[in-house]
Write a protein that binds this ligand. Sequence first.
Ligand code: ADP
Ligand code: MG
Ligand code: ZN
Length: 478
Amino acid sequence: MNSKYEAVIGLEVHAQLLTDTKIFCGCSTKFGNPPNTNVCPVCLGHPGVLPVMNKKVVEFTVLMGLAVKCKIKELSIFARKNYFYPDLPKGYQISQYEEPICEHGKVVIEFKDGSKKEIGITRIHMEEDAGKSIHDQSDATLIDLNRCGTPLIEIVSEPDLRTPEEAYLYLSKLKQMLTYLGICDGNMEQGSLRCDANVSVRLNGETKFGTKTEVKNMNSFRNVERAIAFEIERQIGLMEDGKEVVQQTLLWDADSNKAYPMRSKEEAQDYRYFPDPDLLTIVIDENWKCRIKKQLPELPDARQVRFINDHKLPAYDAEILTSWRQLADYYEQVITVTNNYKAASNWVMTEVLRIVNDEKITIEQFPVKPISLGKLIKMIEDKTISGKIAKEIFPEMLATGQAPEEIVKDKNLLQISDTSEIEKAVDKIIESNPKDVQDYLGGKEKVIGFLVGQVMKETKGKANPQIVNEILLSKLKR
Ligand code: ADP
Ligand code: MG
Ligand code: ZN
């Protein structure tokens, strides 16, 4: 990026809430049902019907508001946002406009080098989703109204972000919070988390904001980063050419890696917002707010600090382990069996995460249950098996789901700590490697490693390496 300029970015993030039923009716929110089966007269917008507020939606929204330190408004109201589109049968979307439920929050993002930055949250409000238009399955456009009335929250940031990386980190942080709270699955590819980016550019040192554009239609975290980078460069190009940035909405096209303006007709909007006369004012008194607050789980930052302080884990481990709630939960299950926190962390961060990432499975689908992994680590700790054997058993546990102690028993892999048996193996290796023994006695201390290795091989990895080492040293001294 041209260093004469600075970018200013604000994000509008929509998150689909994980309630069982829709925001204003009792229809299911289940994803993937046959088209137009999760519908009723209310979400289809038939005349004469009345919406009824889903209390859970309010509670989920307040949870998020509390998590990002928003002020929770005692009184808030719904508004109608009027526009015509085939997937919006009522002709208006019920949203919040004036008097949103949460305002003035903040989240802290952390850069790779450990430095931090605070990003302001302007507001969080509740709204209903529209249906889906499907353009690619026949000559006509098909409409599926199952999604109509699915609850969303919209999280609007202050224009505090300055780079595509900051936007990426901010979005990741929101996803982490939403999934920790268990109120959204955070899946951008499936549309349960969506992001519109507002972007402007100004000369360094300038205090006024430039004209912004809005980029929509990014369906992955990487695309958000790329789309913003593209738009910053485009605006800088215009300014360098002495041209003006036009305020408009652009659609990101991931195939060409470019953003194209929406047709201006689609864009011209006058929503004629007005308070929805069918819904009551939402009142959140101190009492209700306190009850919701009690449902707040331990948030990622606090959990990270606890892992560092109480488990003495390096900051790096703590950050990775808390990056999603299920992973942290898995690790915490492992350490109910063993107190070896660092070993548990190593196994989870390497073996578990590698397979989860490679196979693109969730941690719940991971075949080795945390208690089993804990037992495996405990067996190394107790010197029942060696670390080397443990690495061999693990794939077996993965493939069969068998408990580690069963595999050890079946395959006779118990670690040998019986000195007489180890002594026999040591004698054999000393006898069959006279030259190495000579080298060692002549002062080449490193050779001991080789000899230990040979004894381990002789015992098929089952000997306790520490005892092997001790016996070898004592025998070679004589
Ligand atoms: P609009 O009325 O066009 O939707 P808002 O004031 O609601 O604009 O802001 C929408 C988003 O755009 C917010 O996230 C805000 O932080 C961001 N934003 C506002 N002004 C700018 C600007 N000049 N450059 C970049 N982002 C901006
Ligand atoms: Mg807006
Ligand atoms: Zn319905």
